[in-house]
Design a protein around this ligand. Structure first.
Ligand code: GLY
Length: 436
């Protein structure tokens, strides 16, 4: 069997690593991939947005399944192009990918189908946004409608932050056409959880829960990033809340999308906020695997991922299909380049990956790496490496990952030392209340 994975980050490295272990897989290709992926797959110089070129490659090489990592090719209609050519691709088609591609579409969809989500107003002018801001009060959330590379959401706590957000969206127009419409949304305080399910258009198979940490610095300080680390399980969601999320959020989403003529296949990543630690609200949908959540989740998967991705792409899981999870916890730490999430440095030589991976249970997935002119490994992206570990419990997984990250060196390397702190605090509270 021949597989093509589309993307070039740590998420795609983890997916390639898992798929390479599936029986019957003879060849894996990755477009465009990275040096870590190149040790497991043949990397191709095709960008993720080149949907037609990707389909040409898959057709000529008789690829059995294409697995798409990032959202962009999905919103550009990769799956539609592949199905026109009778090629199997894992992910939603263009219409279903609007759940992520348009925040306005997803908010109106949730309202229509009674899916719990914070109230919001759709605004096209600064005056409309000011009116909405006045009615919700501060803190308040501003969201660009279209894809904005993870940078389209601003949470304003103070009046001057709200003023800056309004200027950003309506005067500077930094998001271009993605910001033609925005959502002004009521702020809900709580903890965020990443809830991912594999879908075949009708049924949903939950992946292990995960939690990611978005701020660049320890103590939840500094600007938001694409994600600085994750662990699985999330700890926040107990079994009963998870089954509520499935019953009251995921199933109505799948049913609603089918009723809208947009049946959802692929991975649905529901970004939840738990108000007062309990009531789940949907902050956003993503139509692809989370990054770095996937790295932590894939390491916990017991057995193969491939049959589930195949079932989803074909529009029918096998009868009784269920994913099974290892009991161990996992952690993924993101190592970043100097300057990230702003403009960052590239081309810094990286050493120590072998030493890090020498520890049992440690896996290093590449994200923003490249080969320099002399063939040496160098930094080439904002998020450079994902240092992941399995452990008997969360503290052990986190400690092992931190120790391993400490063995990797490049100038300006940064990673958070406190990933997992929210979960560990909750576990401490729970064990304290059991002792009381
Ligand atoms: N880690 C958040 C995301 O993948 O969007």
């Amino acid at each position: 069997m021949r597989i093509l994975v589309v993307g070039s980050g740590g998420r795609e490295h983890a997916l390639v690593w898992k798929l390479a272990q599936a029986p019957g897989v003879s060849d894996i290709f990755c477009a465009p991939g990275n040096p870590g992926i190149a040790s497991l797959a043949t990397c191709l110089p095709i960008g993720v947005e080149n949907v037609v070129e990707l389909a040409d490659f898959a057709e000529s090489m008789k690829i059995d399944l294409t697995v798409v990592g990032p959202e962009l090719p999905l919103t550009l209609g990769l799956v539609d192009e592949f199905s026109r050519r009778s090629l199997l691709a894992f992910g939603p088609n263009r219409l279903a990918a609007e759940l992520e591609g348009s925040k306005v579409f997803s908010k109106l969809f949730m309202k229509k189908y009674g899916i719990p989500t914070p109230d919001a107003e759709v605004c096209q002018t600064r005056a409309e946004a000011e009116r909405a801001l006045k009615s919700f009060g501060l803190p308040c959330v501003f969201k660009a409608d279209g894809l904005a590379g993870g940078k389209g959401v601003v949470v304003a706590q103070e009046p001057d932050e709200a003023e800056r957000a309004l200027k950003l969206f309506f005067e500077d127009r930094v998001f271009g056409s993605a910001g033609d419409r925005i959502l002004v949304e009521r702020f809900i305080a709580g903890d965020e959880v990443s809830f991912m399910v594999l879908c075949d258009g009708e049924r949903a198979l939950p992946l292990a829960t995960a939690m990611d940490y978005k701020k660049i610095f320890d103590g939840e300080r500094g600007p938001n990033t694409g994600g600085m680390g994750a662990h699985s399980p999330s700890v926040l969601l107990d079994a009963s809340t998870s089954s509520d999320v499935l019953a009251f959020i995921v199933q109505p989403t799948l049913k609603g999308m089918a009723d809208e003529g947009r049946p959802f296949r692929g991975v649905l990543f529901v970004g939840l906020i738990l108000e007062k630690g309990m009531n789940p609200y949907v902050l956003e949908y993503n139509v692809r695997f989370g990054d770095p959540e996937t790295q932590a989740v894939v390491l916990r998967l017991d057995g193969d991922l491939l049959p589930f991705l195949m079932g989803s792409a074909r529009g029918r899981f096998d009868e009784g299909a269920q994913l099974a999870w290892r009991r161990e916890a996992t952690a993924a730490l993101v190592m970043t380049a100097e300057g990230y999430p702003g403009p960052f440095e590239r081309g810094r030589p990286i050493t120590g990956i072998q030493e890090a991976e020498a520890t049992e249970g440690v896996f290093v997935f590449h994200a923003g790496t490249a080969r320099g002119a002399d063939g040496a490994l160098v930094t080439s992206g904002g998020r450079v490496l994902n240092v992941c570990a399995r452990g008997r419990g969360l503290s052990q997984a986190l400690r092992t990952a931190r120790d391993a990250a400490g063995k990797i060196h490049y100038e300006g390397a940064h990673y958070r030392r406190d990933i997992g702190h929210k979960a560990l605090e909750i576990l401490m509270e729970r064990s304290g209340s059991m002792l009381r």
